[in-house]
Design a protein around this ligand. Structure first.
Ligand code: AMP
Length: 218
């Protein structure tokens, strides 16, 4: 099964994609994560995308499309993937359609996680992750079981994303509304979009997504 998780920054796309990856044997493809790795590498492209991300703007479509195509071609994606953070523009969605058609593959479902703007700034501003294994947490909504110790790997170093601050979040939200939201009618028209209530708790959202995917599989 090949899926897209759509939703504004902070809606829980990554959290839910990781859960589906573990339970459904799909590979999570987070373009934000790929770009953060590129930025950390210090390459020329990395420097460019790092500065765009720090400002909360979108990285150019051509960079994103070739990045995702290279990743989809890897053998681990043969059994299905979850796109987390891609596509973010109509141009990216059209390029994705073209590349999947060339590879004789198709999109099975697009899940929109709908969350009110007002909740997003608070959600994003409290995020942090384990510096060793990348497990994601939130100071208020998903703290570690033991303070200062990662639940998954026992690591004690944590990091916050530089773009997870209030000002940049506002720019990222504006980019979502202007450039990514038009994807909702794009996929709705093809009958593959399902919206879930992202204001519910993490487990309830997972259950709703599983139910939606079950309906597609049936
Ligand atoms: P995310 O981790 O999904 O919130 O992405 C973090 C940042 O990476 C975004 O604010 C953008 O600057 C950039 N980014 C990630 N995915 C894309 C994409 N598909 N198109 C353009 N920019 C992207």
């Amino acid at each position: 099964m090949n899926l897209i998780m759509l939703g504004p920054p902070g809606s829980g796309k990554g959290t839910q994609a990781i859960r589906l990856q573990e339970s459904n044997g799909l590979v999570q493809l987070s373009t934000g994560e790929m770009l953060r790795q590129a930025a950390a590498s210090g390459s020329e492209t990395g420097k460019l995308v790092g500065s765009i991300m720090a400002a909360g703007n979108l990285v150019p479509d051509d960079i994103m499309v070739s990045m995702i195509e290279r990743r989809i071609d890897q053998p681990d994606c043969a059994g299905g993937f979850i796109l987390d953070g891609f596509p973010r523009t109509i141009a990216q969605a059209e390029a994705l359609d073209g590349m999947l058609a060339r590879k004789a593959r198709r999109l099975d479902a697009v899940i929109e996680i709908a969350v009110d703007d007002g909740a997003l700034v608070e959600r994003i501003a409290g995020r942090f992750s384990c510096a060793d294994c990348g497990a994601g947490y939130h100071r208020r909504f998903r703290p570690t079981a033991v303070e200062g110790v990662c639940d998954r790997c026992g690591g004690t170093e944590f990091i916050e994303r530089p773009d997870d601050n209030e000002e940049t979040v506002k720019t990222r939200l504006a980019a979502y509304h202007a450039q990514t939201e038009p994807l909702l009618p794009y996929y709705r028209g093809r009958g593959i979009l399902r919206s879930v209530d992202g204001m519910a708790g993490i487990d309830a959202v997972t259950a709703e997504i599983r139910a939606a995917l079950g309906a597609f599989a049936a």
